[in-house]
Design a protein around this ligand. Structure first.
Ligand SMILES: *Cc1c(COP(=O)(O)O)cnc(C)c1O
Length: 506
């Protein structure tokens, strides 16, 4: 071998690419260290050090700023220079999710241990589809999934899978609900035969403020958006069990078949939590699959104080939980949990090259059989590292801080005659509006407030609509946001609101 190499006929390794890939050579390791350090410096310079939550750049300014960059140049350029350029032109115009006044969406500041985990995840590039592409990663993800199942009150019959987020998890919940019904009631395999003729009569109940991905999933699953029956909520935006019973009777009278119900733990706009125990009872009595969308509120499991609000979640057939929201993980990271793991069989497929049927007999674990993704990131690692680095108490304290801040913000708004609170906050979403004397102009004024504060780079706020009225929304995920920040933001909301209101009288 040595002899061959010395002759130069076959080199054991081609060193030309050492600056492109991370290997065991000193040259490659040096390039890698410098690249990661330079990238971190650029994040610190152009992102972490920002004094405002947004630069205020308009779409036109961003287009102009990036124009003139040759995207696919013929020859190499220095990474350090590219990082500097993209830092100035793009990273500096990010919304600063770590800023205390970036409080629009369910869009969290990511934890530092999770950022370190991302370095491991991307460098090792394990793919979670087959065991031979992710040996230890497969085992670690499975152990974390088992832990999550037990945290949510499931027993050993349960299982789950990491997903790209709530959209995918809700899709899986609706998919299994649909296929289980067909299997159980009609002995029909949708996987093999497609939808049965009866499918056009199937209905899925959820609240009228459930996430739009329930409708989206049903559309994609061939049931049509019409299959989703929105049920009215009470004054706190919770699904009312009485209203569900009325709706079920109506459906029956129309000859339609309810197959599933979705309860939400933490609605996107209001943070409201549907009453899980009475809803689970109704699901049980009527043979409905109960899916709990806890994308947002599932994080209460980390707080001793608020965890009791999840009581009954263990009765659900399936659960959606997101970690890139109140678990403070970088995008993307979510999970789908299933009370009875045998239901994963409904979507099981075998590919000879990935997960041959012989795997089971040979004791080789594979996760692809439970996933609708094939190639999949090792996102479980960042949650695993974060949970251990912070510990439960710190996680709990962060979540509790934000819930208490939202309650105090709600009080502050309620006490102010120029502001109108939509509802008492449940989690950390606060929905309110500026209220002028020109009631018919308030929709326009509130959207102008949001736009003005964004364009000035002062505050990143969200906007929503209830009964044709435009509202503003704080989603107070960041535990570093204080009541003083909220007070100052509300003052600005009122100042800008007053300006626009006066501009109308002139
Ligand atoms: C965010 C959210 C979703 C969608 O999840 P993604 O992670 O954005 O795909 C679904 N349901 C609820 C209640 C959510 O808050």
């Amino acid at each position: 071998m040595l002899e061959v190499e010395q002759k130069g006929a076959i080199a054991s390794e081609d060193r030309r690419w050492d600056s492109c890939f991370l290997t065991d050579s000193e040259a490659s390791i040096g390039v890698y260290r410098q690249a990661i350090a330079d990238a971190a410096e650029e994040v610190i310079r152009q992102f972490a050090s920002q004094k405002q939550p947004y630069s205020g750049a308009t779409p036109i300014e961003l287009v102009a700023g990036l124009a003139g960059t040759e995207i696919g140049p013929e020859n190499p350029q220095l990474l350090a220079e590219i990082l500097k350029k993209v830092g100035e032109k793009a990273i500096a115009h990010s919304v600063v999710v770590t800023h205390p006044r970036c409080i629009a969406h369910l869009h969290c500041p990511p934890l530092i241990p999770a950022l370190a985990a991302e370095v491991l995840i991307s460098a090792t590039n394990q793919s979670m589809d087959s065991w031979d592409q992710s040996p230890a990663a497969t085992v670690l993800e499975q152990q974390l999934t088992n832990w999550l199942c037990s945290e949510f009150g499931y027993d050993a019959a349960a299982d789950g899978i990491f997903t790209s987020g709530g959209t995918q998890s809700n899709f899986m919940g609706m998919l299994l609900a649909r296929d289980r019904y067909a299997k159980q009631e009609l002995n029909w395999s949708i996987q093999q035969q497609g939808l049965p003729p009866q499918a056009h009569q199937w209905r899925i109940l959820c609240s009228d403020v459930a996430h739009f991905t329930i409708r989206q999933s049903c559309a994609l699953l061939g049931l049509g958006e019409k299959a989703v029956i929105p049920v009215e909520t009470d004054e706190n935006y919770r699904l009312s069990p009485d209203a569900v019973r009325v709706k079920l009777a109506e459906l029956q009278a129309q000859g339609l078949t309810a197959i599933a119900m979705v309860a939400t733990v933490g609605t996107t706009d209001f943070g409201s939590i549907d009453p899980l125990i009475p809803l689970a009872e109704i699901a049980q009595e009527n043979g409905l699959w109960l899916h709990v969308d806890a994308a947002y509120g599932g994080a209460l499991v980390m707080s001793d104080r608020y965890r009791p609000q999840l009581a009954g979640i263990e009765l659900a057939d399936s659960i959606t939980v997101d970690f890139h929201k109140l678990f403070y993980q970088p995008i993307s990271c979510g999970a789908f949990l299933l009370k009875d793991k045998s239901n994963f069989d409904l979507m099981k497929l075998h590919a000879d090259y990935l997960n041959p049927e012989t795997n089971e007999a040979e004791g080789i674990p594979d996760l692809v059989t439970k996933s609708i993704q094939t190639t999949r990131r090792f996102d479980a690692l960042k949650l695993w590292i974060s949970l251990q680095t912070l510990g439960r108490a710190t996680f709990g304290a962060m979540i509790e801080t934000t819930i208490e801040l939202a309650a105090a913000a709600g009080e502050m708004i309620r006490a102010d005659s120029q502001l109108e609170l939509a509802t008492i906050p449940t989690l950390n979403a606060v929905v309110f509006r500026y209220s002028s004397e020109k009631k018919d102009q308030d929709n326009w004024i509130n959207s102008q407030i949001r736009f003005t504060l964004l364009q000035g780079g002062e505050v990143v706020l969200a906007q929503t609509c209830i009964a044709e009225k435009t509202y503003l929304k704080f989603t107070l995920l960041n535990p570093r946001t204080t009541l003083a920040d909220v007070g100052q933001i509300l003052e600005r909301v009122k100042q800008v609101g007053t300006q626009f209101s006066l501009s109308l009288s002139n």
